[in-house]
Design a binder for this molecule. Structure first.
Ligand SMILES: [Zn+2]
Length: 199
């Protein structure tokens, strides 16, 4: 297995969609707790899940446009600049489309998108250029700040495992890691609400 040495274009250094989706649900859960007067619904939760995965649409350039992954992927769409611009536009479209006033919550849209590059740059990644272009267009360096317990899909691919295996293993790890955080938050908020009601 270890003798397998895939080219850059064959690797997939990122968090899995499971981790990104759970990050969106975590932001939704915290927002729902902090701003209880807003009529939160499954629509916001779905929107946050989709927003958290949005930056990986740049993979289409690789799959359809056949542009090398290190040029097309984890660059423009994985920056703070993109998160803010896309988030503001999408918050406006969401508000206009659903006729639901986000008012004070528009900033959650850019925030949810930003969780994506922050997670990708935190994944242990063995294939250069490591990380994401977080500060594009001002700085075009790939920013990489790995956290030891977060492994990218590429971690498994460079060991010779197929991409589907990397996705499954990374997805399972993230489900455990982020699922535990989500569960803890839900229990904590429930406990707080119960205390507030009985006080
Ligand atoms: Zn990504």
């Amino acid at each position: 297995m270890s003798s397998f040495n895939p080219s850059w274009s064959e690797t997939c250094p990122m968090s899995s969609p499971v981790g990104h989706a759970l990050a969106g649900i975590i932001v939704f859960t915290v927002a729902k707790h902090l701003f209880p007067k807003y009529p939160w619904s499954w629509k916001e939760m779905l929107a946050f899940v989709l927003l958290a995965g949005l930056p990986d649409l740049d993979g289409l350039w690789v799959w359809i446009g056949h542009i090398p992954r290190h040029i097309a992927h984890r660059t423009v769409s994985h920056s703070i600049f993109f998160s803010v611009v896309a988030g503001v536009i999408l918050a406006w479209l969401y508000q206009a489309g659903l006729k639901k006033r986000l008012v004070h919550f528009w900033w959650l849209f850019p925030l949810v998108i930003l969780t994506h590059p922050l997670m990708d740059m935190s994944c242990v990644d063995y294939m250069p250029p490591r990380g994401v272009m977080l500060y594009w267009p001002f700085i075009r360096d790939f920013i990489y700040r790995p956290i030891p317990f977060m492994h990218s899909v590429g971690t498994y691919v460079v060991q010779g495992y197929p991409v589907w295996y990397g996705l499954v293993v990374s997805g399972a790890r993230e489900a455990l890691q982020f699922g535990s955080v989500l569960l803890l938050l839900k229990l904590m908020f429930k406990f707080q609400r119960r205390n507030a009601q009985s006080a």
